[in-house]
Structure formats: C-alpha cells, structure tokens
Design a protein around this ligand. Structure first.
Ligand SMILES: *Cc1c(COP(=O)(O)O)cnc(C)c1O
Ligand SMILES: [Zn+2]
Length: 367
C-alpha cells in the first residue's frame, strides 16, 4: 500500500480521502521505491499518459484509469522552426482541456475515484481548475472550484461548462487557496489540489517519459515555467526515474521561468536561499505563473540546483512580444505560456544545445 511522507518532519501518513498536508504544516510526498521500468510493458497500454501506468503509484491490477482517461498525453514534439534545428516545442496545449494540467488531473482524479470520494474542492488560477472540473465530471464526482474574480472569463466558462460550482474570491491567489482549504477542512472532502496532492506529479512526470521516447535520448535543456512547480517537479521526477534505471546518462538542465513581477523563486535562487519567502504580486499578464508563495518552493529550488539549472525572469513586454512571434510561427498559445518562449529567447544557449520549450496552454484561453 502506498503511503505519504511529510517533506518537513518525515512523518508517514496513510492515504485517506481527507489528508492533504501534515499536522506540522509540511507538504506530502509519496513514499516510493524507485520504480523498475519495464519499457516493453509500456506497449500494453493505450498511447496516452497511461502508457506509463506501471511507473505510477497504483496497484498493478487497478483499472480505474480506464474509466477516467480522455486520451490525454503523447503531445507532439516538433521543431520550433527550420532555422533552429536543435530547438523543439512540446505542444502540450493539445490536451482535452487545452493545457498540460490534464496530465496531473487525470491521475489525481483516478486516485480520487479509487478512494470513492463524492466531492472534491480545488483552487486555481484557471487551468488546473478546468482540468479538475473536466475529470470530476467524467468521474461523476461533484466539484467546487475556487478562483479569483479576475480569472480569464474563458477559463471560467470552461469550468462552468463541466458543471463545477464556481466560488469567486476577491483577494490574492494565496487568499483563494486559504478559502478552499478552509472549505476542505469544514466539509471534510477531498482536496484535489495540483499543488499539494502528490498524485498530480505522478501525472506531470509523463512529460519526461514522452520526451525520452520521442527524442530516443535526453535533451540538454528544458525550459519550464514555474508558478507552483507542478510541471517542473513532475518533469524532474520523471527524468530522475529514467536516470535511476540507467535509461539515460545525465539529467537535463532545467531553466525555470518566472514573471519578473511575481518571482519569489528567482529571488530565493539569486540569494542562495533554500526556500522562497513570499513576495507581493505586482501584477502580471502571466496569470498562470503568478504565485507569490509557492508551498513547494524548497523542492523546486533543489530540483533546479541539482540539474545545474538556472532561473530567468521575464518582463511584461517580453511576454507579449514572444506571444506574437510564436503566432507567426504557427503556434497560438495563451499569454502565460508565451513567457516560456520569452525565456528561451533570453537564455544564453550553447551551439547545438538541444532545448525543449513547452507550449502549455492554448491561445483561445486568454484574451
Ligand atoms: C499551471 C500553468 C503553468 C504553471 O504551472 P505551475 O505548476 O504553477 O508551475 C504555466 N503555464 C500554464 C499555461 C499553466 O496552466
Ligand atoms: Zn510533518
């Protein structure tokens, strides 16, 4: 049986429908042995994130995922353009709800269904809420999504379409999370949090497995946007498992991107701190990465440092210009996602360095 372990005090916890953090306040991780990767077995599964089912923390004979999946994953990895033969984009907006969050939400809601929960609560800047709402609908589980009254109207419409109850909160992203957490504890329901629930990362780690199979190798560098770090940590865990199984010989370098107007991790990285201090969000167009106090900051900083990676912060005008440039190449991404390309432009790359940029969210999601 899987268990959780507190990242702060080390206490072990059984996985129940209502646990979401340790009594000490620490975030939880799955207690896992390094999975023995049996690549040939991957062909026994459909061509989706579920190809890597056997690497995830589920009982081998569990088939719950078959009722939950909407075919998410195996997104295209394509060259950015012919002038840059070593730069690829991974088109993660080609997902059921048009963002990479489906990787995590499909796995997290599969776990919720296994735990037989009847209601979930989540808070989000938009895309995670959309993904949780969609998969909750698919699982016939009732769902409340807490979000800011300033969230992109198109994301709110998407969430509402899936039948979730929308709780609009006036306040910071942290205020919204606090409201959701209060409701979770009062109502004693499952907190379908992409930030706190370790199963979300079992889903986002498939980003690494897919790249490994598509490239038949490990890239040199991954550009990754970071707010709460769900793509960053998942990708790190995935490549780490590949390395531990000796399927790759090195870890790719992680270049993490934040908006300069809300960059607690950049600051902590520059000051050499182990974890991030909360900052004040000065306002950024990149709503999807505007996280002033990321709960997993210590793990994110550690992951970037361990890969000899770095942080880059992006100004507002650079975001808009990057979005326009990507559109001219044929890729229409939401505003937040343009920060990734802006980071790539700013990054001081070596000749022939093989780099992957994720296109995380579809253009029609934002204005
Ligand atoms: C969620 C999201 C991000 C940031 O992911 P984190 O897990 O918060 O680091 C980046 N881009 C898009 C489009 C997103 O939806
Ligand atoms: Zn603890």
């Amino acid at each position: 049986m899987e268990q959780y372990c507190c990242n702060h005090c080390g206490k072990l916890h059984d996985i129940t429908p209502t646990i979401w953090r340790c009594a000490c306040g620490g975030v939880l991780d799955l207690v896992k042995e390094v999975p023995k990767l049996d690549i040939t077995a991957w062909n026994n599964y459909p061509n989706s994130i579920w190809r890597y089912f056997e690497t995830m923390a589920f009982a081998k004979d569990s088939t719950t995922w078959e009722k939950v999946t909407m075919g998410e994953g195996q997104t295209p990895l394509v060259l950015l353009d012919e002038q840059e033969p070593n730069t690829y984009v991974k088109v993660d907006y080609m997902m059921p709800t048009l963002s990479f969050k489906d990787r995590g939400a499909a796995v997290l809601m599969t776990k919720a269904k296994e735990l037989a929960v009847s209601k979930v609560i989540a808070d989000s800047s938009g895309n995670a809420g959309t993904a949780i709402a969609a998969y909750a609908a698919r699982c016939n589980i009732s769902c409340d999504i807490y979000l800011s009254n300033e969230t992109s109207p198109k994301k709110i419409a998407q969430i509402a379409a899936h039948g979730a109850t929308i709780k609009k909160i006036h306040g910071t992203r942290e205020d919204i999370a606090a409201e959701a957490q209060k409701a979770v504890d009062n109502e004693k329901v499952f907190y379908a949090s992409h930030v706190y629930n370790p199963y979300f990362y079992e889903g986002t780690k498939t980003y690494a497995y897919e790249i490994y199979e598509q490239l038949q190798d490990v890239p040199d560098t991954l550009i990754i946007p970071v707010g709460n770090g769900t793509l960053l940590l998942g990708t790190y865990y995935g490549f780490k498992e590949l390395l531990e199984n000796e399927l790759i010989k090195k870890m790719p370098k992680i270049v993490a991107i934040q908006a300069a107007n809300c960059a607690p991790l950049v600051k902590a990285y520059q000051q050499g701190n182990e974890s991030a201090q909360p900052v004040t969000n000065k306002g950024t167009l990149a709503e999807g990465i505007a996280i002033a106090a990321p709960p997993r900051s210590k793990q994110i900083l550690e992951a970037v440092r361990k890969t000899n990676g770095e942080f880059i912060d992006i100004e507002e005008d650079e975001i808009l210009s990057a979005r326009a440039q990507l559109s001219e190449k044929g890729f229409y991404v939401e505003v937040t996602s343009a920060a990734n390309y802006a980071g790539y432009i700013k990054y001081n790359k070596a000749p022939e360095e093989r780099i992957i940029i994720p296109l995380c969210g579809a253009g029609i999601k934002s204005k």
